[in-house]
Design a protein around this ligand. Structure first.
Ligand code: NDP
Length: 277
């Protein structure tokens, strides 16, 4: 019988680490699977997903930029995490053929911060830069993980306001304008969930944002995170982390959904780190 089929959809997708991560997890359990990248232009995404799941051996797919909203819309069932983010990074075919959408990004970030990097989020005044698909997942999970305050700042302020309104805890979650960043004080945790680095655009951020014990985290990794992490170090942040750990953690959650087994993420993370991801 053929191996179970998995894929990650994105555009571009050629350099995705997801195939390598899922194969490494599968090896931990002696599971044989096919996991491939599918480069889908936005107008082709829905058809390509349908085609992929038409194969009886297809079980699940990861979804990344720019398809996470489209993936959410394609599914007939949605997890709580996907519903509140309005985006999905995991599609799974149910036994009856319907697709269910899930979002593992937010919990993955929190697990990377707390379990891998040893941070206790409680009591942290947190700044979230961005209000796109990833930021929406991350905001909810940071809030639930107990950060003291969450300040959301987005280039287009409407998206930040909509996100804060959706969480609906004005005493702890509020928004500020990007133009005012120099005057809003300092934070203990700064999360960059913008795609500026991925797009090769520079963010201009004042050093005054970085509190004396601040942890700075970029959801991107590799070249995409260089600019923000260099800024954090120049501002003397206590720690500056990229999103590689989050990437491995979100994959682990997807793997568990599909295989019912929890992989050990640490050796996979270490090996990607050593090999220069
Ligand atoms: P979206 O396209 O949904 O959102 C992009 C966000 O970035 C918006 O808030 C947008 O603001 C903002 N932005 C883009 N360019 C700039 C700029 N030049 N200056 C300021 N703000 C800018 O992307 P996603 O939310 O899906 O992804 C965001 C990033 O997170 C990507 O780099 C992605 O690779 C990374 N990511 C990493 C994961 C991991 O596992 N490590 C998981 C998920 C995402 P506006 O609304 O004004 O356009």
């Amino acid at each position: 019988s053929r191996s179970l089929q998995f894929a990650v959809f994105g555009h571009p997708i050629a350099h995705s680490l997801s195939p390598q991560i899922h194969q490494a997890f599968a090896q931990q359990f002696g599971i044989a699977l096919d996991y491939r990248t599918i480069d889908a232009a936005p107008e082709a995404f829905a058809g390509d997903v349908q085609h992929f799941f038409a194969d009886a051996a297809a079980r699940g797919a990861n979804v990344t930029l720019p398809h996470k909203s489209a993936a959410f819309a394609l599914a007939q069932e949605h997890s709580r995490a996907a519903t509140r983010a309005g985006t999905a990074n995991v599609l799974t075919r149910l036994a009856d053929g319907r697709l269910t959408a899930h979002n593992t990004d937010g919990d993955a970030l929190v697990r990377d911060l707390t379990d891998r990097h040893g941070l206790d989020l409680r009591g942290h005044d947190t700044l979230l830069l961005g209000a796109g698909g990833a930021a929406r997942a991350v905001a909810w999970s940071l809030f639930e993980a107990g950060v003291q305050t969450l300040t959301i700042v987005n280039r287009s302020p409407e998206a930040a306001d909509a996100l804060a309104d959706a969480i609906g805890e004005p005493a702890r979650v509020h928004t500020r304008y990007w133009e005012d960043l120099a005057g809003i004080g300092s934070f203990d945790l700064i999360v960059n969930a913008t795609s500026a680095g991925t797009l090769g655009q520079a963010l201009t951020l004042p050093f005054s944002l970085v509190g004396s014990r601040a942890v700075c985290y970029d959801l991107g990794y590799g070249k995409a995170a260089f600019g923000f992490l260099a800024w954090a170090r120049a501002a003397q942040a206590l720690h500056a982390y990229d999103g590689l750990g989050m990437l491995v953690e979100q994959a682990a959650d997807a793997f568990e959904v599909w295989h019912g087994k929890r992989p050990d993420t640490e050796p996979v993370y270490q090996s990607l780190r050593v090999h220069g991801a």
